[in-house]
Design a protein. Sequence first.
Length: 281
Amino acid sequence: MSLALSVPSPWIAMFCPAGQNDEPVVVRHTEGLVHGFLVLRTLEGKTLAEGDLIQTADGDRVTSKLIFHFKDGSSRSETAVFSQSHNFRLLSDHLVEKGPAFKRATEMSIDASTGEVTVRYTDENAKEKVEVERLALPGNLANGLIFTLLKNIEPDATPLTTLSMVAATPKPRLVKLEVAAQGENPFSIGGPPRQATHYVVKVDLGGVAGLVAPLIGKKPPDSHVWILGGEAPAFVKFEGPLYVDGPIWRIELTNPTWRLSARDAEQIKRSPTVLPKSGRF
C-alpha cells in the first residue's frame, strides 16, 4: 500500500532556502489504484481522527488524496498529483487544514510547472490573508508524496537522502529535508514479527538560522516514518507534527470495524463459534 500523505508543511517560520542537491527519487515501485484507511492518534493512544487515502493512476500520472476527519470537527485534506516516469516528480499539491485542531486555518496550492505557490490563511485577528510566491522548485519536491518517496529509497545504498519541501510559515518557503535510515524496528500483525525500516526526517535550517534556532527554541522536531521493505514496500507508521508548533501525532494503518445486524447478533449469541452468513464482525 502506498500513501501520499506529506510530512506536513508544519515546521517553523524561520527557514533558509533549500540546498543544491535537487536529484529526484528514482521510480523502483510504481503507484496504482489504492483506497486505504488510516487513524491519527496522540502518542498516548487517544484517537483524534480517521482518514481515507484514495489514489488513482492514469498512465504515469497519479492523483493521491488523503483526508482526515477529526472528532472535534476539524479536517485536513491533501491532494497531490505526480508523475512516475523514471523519476517521481510532483506536478501539483493542494493542502487544506481547518478547525480547532490546527493553529490557524490554512490552504496552500503548489503549481510545480510555474513555481507559483499560494497560501491563504487566517491570522490571529481572524482576518483572511493571502501570500503568493513564485519559487524555483527543484525536482525532488516532496509535498504530498514523502511516504511514496521513502518506499523507493534503498537504505543500504543511500544512507542520506535530501528532499525539498514548500512550507507555509505562513509565507511559502522552500526548505531542505534530510532523510536517514536508523535501522529496523520489529512489529507484528498477529503472527511472526516483521521488520520495518525506521527513517528520521530532519529539517535542515542551515546557515545562521540553523545556529540560532536551538537558542530561541525554534528548532523543528524530527519526524519519524516506518516503511516495510521487500518486493512491495508499504507505509507502517508516522510520528511528527502536522502544523507549526503542533503536538507530535501518530498516523497508522487501521482496519474497518463492523456493526452487526440484529439477526447476526442473535446468530452469534446462539452459536458463538459459527460465523454469521453475512460474514460481518
